[in-house]
Design a protein around this ligand. Structure first.
Ligand SMILES: Cc1cc2nc3c(=O)[nH]c(=O)nc-3n(C[C@H](O)[C@H](O)[C@H](O)COP(=O)(O)OP(=O)(O)OC[C@H]3O[C@@H](n4cnc5c(N)ncnc54)[C@H](O)[C@@H]3O)c2cc1C
Length: 97
């Protein structure tokens, strides 16, 4: 399998991962988000106390976040990361995820 390189690979596309992806993609970093699609608030019907999005269903909030991050070039794929290991060589060579 051919390796693809990104400045940043984010494991998890919940609120935290997508927020990071948005900021990093806006800063012109190449970003890949890998998400297993099991956000912890999935059982909730609505999100509360989130300024500007009061009572939004959790899935809708994530869909909005995915669109915002993708709009700045972040790639978002479905999948589960099993491991992350530092590649051999100099410290700045990176990681294989
Ligand atoms: C029932 C409930 C109701 C809530 N209601 C509110 C509310 O009203 N207002 C509010 O502000 N907060 C609420 N929260 C809290 C809010 O849901 C969390 O703060 C928020 O979801 C945390 O975001 P996160 O991205 O850290 O984690 P999550 O939303 O849990 O997302 C983590 C993502 O990472 C993925 N993942 C994990 N491991 C891997 C892996 N190895 N490879 C790939 N993907 C992986 C998961 O599948 C998931 O999609 C609620 C929480 C719960 C449980």
């Amino acid at each position: 399998m051919e390796l693809q390189r990104y400045d940043v690979v984010i494991v998890g596309g919940g609120a935290a991962g997508l927020s990071g992806a948005l900021a990093l993609a806006r800063a012109r970093r190449s970003v890949l988000v890998i998400d297993a699609g099991e956000p912890r608030n999935a059982p909730a019907s609505h999100v509360h106390n989130y300024l500007g999005r009061e009572s939004t269903p959790p899935g809708e909030l994530l869909a909005i976040g995915r669109n915002e991050a993708a709009g700045y070039g972040a790639e978002i794929v479905a999948g589960r990361v099993a491991s992350a290991e530092r590649l051999p060589g100099a410290e700045d060579v990176g990681f294989r995820v």
